[in-house]
Write a protein that binds this ligand. Structure first.
Ligand code: UDP
Length: 318
């Protein structure tokens, strides 16, 4: 059985569904602080908070867990700057309880949901995994902390891990059963789609960045492509001794203006735009090099930006 912490969240729910469709038995653990219970309809579900060390240990005592995929974390960069304690307590405290429970019960295989935020300001583009890790916000630090913990646990206790550093997840599953439901929603693509639907203005955070059209460039990746990488990473971590990190990205950059154009085409609606201040801590370009995941995991992406927009738009209108 595979334990999926945070399996009621955006990426975790897509991974849980894919694993079940591929024949895996899963147990979703989620405190429902930001997740939605109705998406835990594949596999089993326990409403547990990782910050409760005793309950986490009890989960490992009760269920025959062979490996963990760890998503459960707060994930809003801006909020992590305003309220770092919330992030350190939950993302570090909760993850530490998980690691302790794994160690106590002899579970030595984990796939970790990390982030391109561990790199901080990019010194090169696309960013390879060998790029220095120097986060520029507490959220990135919490992800980097757990990567370091895993490296230490591997060296000392033989815990095998793969950390997956995501770039900008977007889109929804092709069946329309799952989607992105953040509250508040801060991400560009769902915000643009909601604006298209409600006929509301959308704020563009800066148009004088050092990029070809002045708006920030990001590497958007379809959530089902991300989910598939977890299936491959799980197989690898279960079948070998490994301690490694992979970028999950497409290597293609799209500016905010590119995304707006695609959204307008996909929705056949004209967006009303308000140009406003830059968002603090927004690097102008964030594009990842995923050659390592392609080579070592045999991972391939299937979707392009338009697919992310089309699938997300379909779910929003269901
Ligand atoms: N962005 C924007 N308006 C919004 C939300 C985002 O202009 O309402 C910009 C943001 O500044 C960034 C890009 O869109 O350059 C992607 O932002 P998102 O929050 O989706 O992802 P991030 O790269 O911050 O993780």
């Amino acid at each position: 059985m595979i334990l999926i912490t945070g399996g009621c969240g955006y990426i975790g729910s897509h991974v849980n569904k894919q694993l079940n469709l591929a024949g895996w038995d899963t147990l979703v653990l989620d405190n429902l602080s930001t997740g939605h219970e109705d998406v835990a309809r594949w596999g089993h579900f326990v409403p547990v908070d990782l910050c409760d060390a005793e309950e986490v240990l009890a989960v490992f005592e009760k269920w025959p867990i062979e490996a963990v995929i760890h998503f459960a974390a707060f994930s809003q960069v801006g909020e992590s700057v305003r309220d770092p304690q919330k992030y350190y307590r939950n993302n570090i405290g909760g993850s530490l309880n998980l690691a302790c429970a794994m160690q106590a019960s002899g579970v030595k295989k984990i796939v970790f949901s990390s982030s391109g935020a561990v790199y901080g300001m990019p010194l090169e583009s696309p960013i390879p995994e060998t790029h220095p890790t120097k986060p520029i916000n507490p959220y990135g630090y919490t992800k980097l902390f757990f990567e370091h913990l895993l490296a230490s646990y591997h060296a000392a206790y033989g815990m095998d891990y793969i950390a997956l550093r995501y770039f900008n997840a977007a889109g929804a599953d092709a069946d329309g059963e799952l989607g992105e439901w953040h509250d508040p929603e801060t991400h560009l693509i769902p915000r643009l789609l909601m604006s298209a639907r409600m006929d509301q203005a959308v704020h563009i955070y800066g148009d004088a960045h050092r990029t070809p059209d002045g708006t920030c460039v990001r590497d958007y990746i379809h959530v089902d492509d991300l989910a598939y990488a977890h299936v491959l990473a799980l197989e690898r971590v279960l079948n070998s001794s490994c301690a490694t990190v992979y970028n999950l990205s497409t290597g293609l950059g799209h500016s905010v203006r590119d995304v707006i154009k695609e959204v307008e085409e996909a929705t056949q609606r004209q967006l009303s735009l308000v140009y406003s201040e830059r968002r603090p801590g927004d690097p102008p370009v964030l594009v990842g090099d995923s050659a390592k995941a392609r080579k070592e995991l045999g991972w391939r992406t299937r979707y392009v930006l338009r697919d992310m927009i089309d699938t997300a738009w379909r779910v929003i209108n269901m």
